[in-house]
Design a protein around this ligand. Structure first.
Ligand SMILES: [Zn+2]
Length: 90
């Protein structure tokens, strides 16, 4: 089963559609779809900090983190506010 999963990911990254993947691996489209759904969920847990771009991995089942630290979150919103204030001044 794990091998099939890996093959699905590989073909998906190569730009194959669900039907083409299903035909290539001789599995059902439904299976392909459920594997892709599962994979997407796992990939969502990995991301980069919006401020400093360092890698963050969120804990499964918890809210997905957008920042690596409180400091970065604070800097990000602070900068955003400044930009908006600047826009309003024009
Ligand atoms: Zn950061």
């Amino acid at each position: 089963m794990e091998t099939i999963k890996r093959e699905v990911i590989k073909l998906k990254k190569a730009g194959y559609g669900f039907v083409k993947i299903a035909n290539t691996l001789s599995i059902s489209v439904k299976e392909v779809r459920s594997i892709c759904k599962e994979v997407d969920k796992v990939e969502l847990l990995k991301g980069n900090c919006k401020q400093c771009n360092s890698k963050i991995t969120s804990v499964k089942g918890k809210k997905i983190k957008q920042f690596c630290s409180d400091r970065c979150r604070w800097d990000y919103w602070n900068n955003k506010q400044k930009v908006e204030r600047y826009k309003n001044d024009i």
